[in-house]
Design a protein around this ligand. Structure first.
Ligand code: UDP
Length: 491
């Protein structure tokens, strides 16, 4: 007798809202659009994350389809990891500690899936997937260009002596755009640290995946995608099949997910002219130094452009200060914004503490541009809403994204920093780029390009579009592994 498998696909995501959002949205698509039974495994920590709760917990307003099951793995204590541990090390360690519980779930006859989908930090699951005879797919949460770089990193590691950042001129990867050494993703900038060893290990496991699901679409990255798909041996290693299924982004926040102050910022937007407001937020983790916060505040004020600005408490260095506790609030912005800023800009702009309903704001007709750290979700969300960007990268691979958006795709401008070490952007430069994007001819050109991409993203995701069809094919493959699975493809 062949009992019906209760789970078609299990999805395992590393801690952090930036990966949880696209993998959860992907899971929703599997269950709602393609009728799969999905088990979403969450690596929890003891650090509260209101933003994550509003996504995953019905009691916090989350809307979850009936065939998508959120399963919390036993929490890991963040405080047992030393304070000075880098972001990548921290995530990798948390995943490592949870893998035994993942194995327990996968071995349960009722929750044994036909396929497991993981993000890059869960790469160890590629090893035990083989052992359990479960095909493991990697959902790559950033762009195709970075995937080519990632697949090539083990070769670079083998061939290059010393630091990549000391290499003369740009770093060339077959099939990928060239990157200036200073734009490389953070963990590869110092090969002596533990974080580099982790990222090298994760990337070197990529070829073992049964397939790589890419959160991008054909028109956005034609060159890298052609290289990956048409010549899987272009990097001298066999790249696994690549499935382009993006943009996979969260839907605009419904009213049930809005705090009173978030709802207020949307009402404020309702009363502003079309495309007249600049939105500013730096992803789930982005925090600025007090010096940078002050320069940004002054620059906004000098530009006299309307804004909605998500302000977080400053940190010693600009970076990923709120990564594990997205949406939590401690103190009020009046404590660290330039003196008198809130009074002087009353009517011109709105300051939101800690977290804003980003999709609802980007999709609002009054929003004209986005100052973003260029995390890949924020990038895709902005482009899907046809909104151009001022690229302000802070951590992880964001500098690589920013370079591609400004130099290849033509939807962003990048402010010039005063000093490469701190990356400080002065108030005059803030004023210049803000005016340029909101009022200048250059801004109009960026907006036109962003609108074209919005249209092409919609096309890719609609029935018959490249991304829709690709995901439908993968789902059919997964379903066909069970003769009892009923087809339920909405397209
Ligand atoms: N986000 C949000 N409100 C905020 C800041 C971020 O809703 O004030 C969401 C944003 O819509 C995106 C995610 O958090 O989906 C951030 O992901 P991204 O890849 O841009 O950056 P990361 O947080 O991974 O650095």
């Amino acid at each position: 007798d062949n009992p019906k498998q209760a789970v078609d696909v299990a999805v395992l995501v590393s801690p952090g809202i930036g990966h949880t959002i696209p993998l959860f949205e992907f899971s929703k698509r599997l269950s709602v659009d393609h009728g799969l039974e999905v088990c979403f495994l969450v690596i929890t920590t003891n650090e509260p994350s209101p933003a994550q709760d509003s996504l995953l917990r019905p009691e916090a307003g989350a809307v979850i389809p009936p065939n998508l099951h959120v399963v919390d793995l036993p929490p890991t204590d963040l405080s047992t990891i030393p304070e000075d541990t880098t972001l990548g090390d921290r995530i990798s360690l948390l995943v490592k500690r949870s893998l035994e519980s993942v194995r327990v779930v996968l071995l349960e006859p009722t929750s044994r899936p036909k396929a497991l989908v993981i993000d890059i930090f869960c790469s160890e699951a590629l090893e035990f997937g083989q052992e359990l005879s479960i095909p493991v797919y990697t959902f790559f949460t950033t762009c195709a260009a970075l995937l080519t770089f990632s697949l090539y990193l083990p070769t670079l590691d083998h061939e290059v002596e010393g630091e990549f950042t000391d290499m003369p001129g740009p770093i060339r990867v077959p099939g990928c755009r060239s990157y200036r050494p200073e734009d490389l993703l953070d963990p590869v900038k110092n090969r002596k640290i533990e974080e580099y060893r982790w990222i090298l290990l994760h990337f070197s496991r990529l070829p073992r995946a049964a397939g790589i699901l890419l959160n991008t679409w054909e028109d956005l990255e034609p060159v890298s995608l052609a290289a990956l798909k048409e010549n899987p041996f272009f990097l001298q290693i066999p790249a696994p099949p690549v499935y382009t299924i993006g943009p996979v982004i969260k839907q605009a926040e419904g009213s049930e997910m809005l705090t009173p102050s978030n709802a207020e910022s949307l009402t404020w937007l309702d009363r502003r002219p079309p495309e007249s407001v600049l939105f500013i937020t730096f992803g789930s983790g982005g925090t600025l130094t007090i010096e940078q916060l002050t320069e940004l505040g002054w620059g906004l004020e000098l530009s006299q452009q309307r804004f909605v600005w998500v302000v977080r408490a400053p940190t010693d260095v600009s970076g990923s200060g709120t990564f594990f506790k997205a949406g939590s609030t401690k103190s009020g912005p009046e404590e660290y914004l330039p003196e008198g800023f809130l009074e002087r800009t009353r009517g011109l702009g709105v300051v939101v503490q800690s977290w804003a309903p980003q999709m609802a704001i980007l999709g609002h007709s009054s929003t004209g541009a986005f100052i973003s750290h260029c995390g890949w979700n924020s990038t895709l969300e902005s482009l899907s809403c046809g909104v151009p960007l001022i690229a302000w990268p802070l951590y992880a691979e964001q500098r690589m994204n920013a370079a591609m958006l400004a130099e290849d795709i033509g939807v962003a401008i990048r402010p010039v920093t005063m000093d490469q070490g701190t990356g400080l952007v002065g108030r005059d430069e803030v004023e210049r780029v803000v005016r340029m994007v909101m009022e200048g001819e250059e801004g109009k050109a960026l907006r036109r390009r962003a609108r074209d991409l919005k249209d092409s993203a919609e096309k890719a995701l609609s029935c018959g579009g490249t991304s829709w069809e690709t995901l439908a094919t993968v789902c059919r493959e997964w379903k066909s592994k069970d003769i009892y699975a009923a087809p339920n493809n909405k397209c």
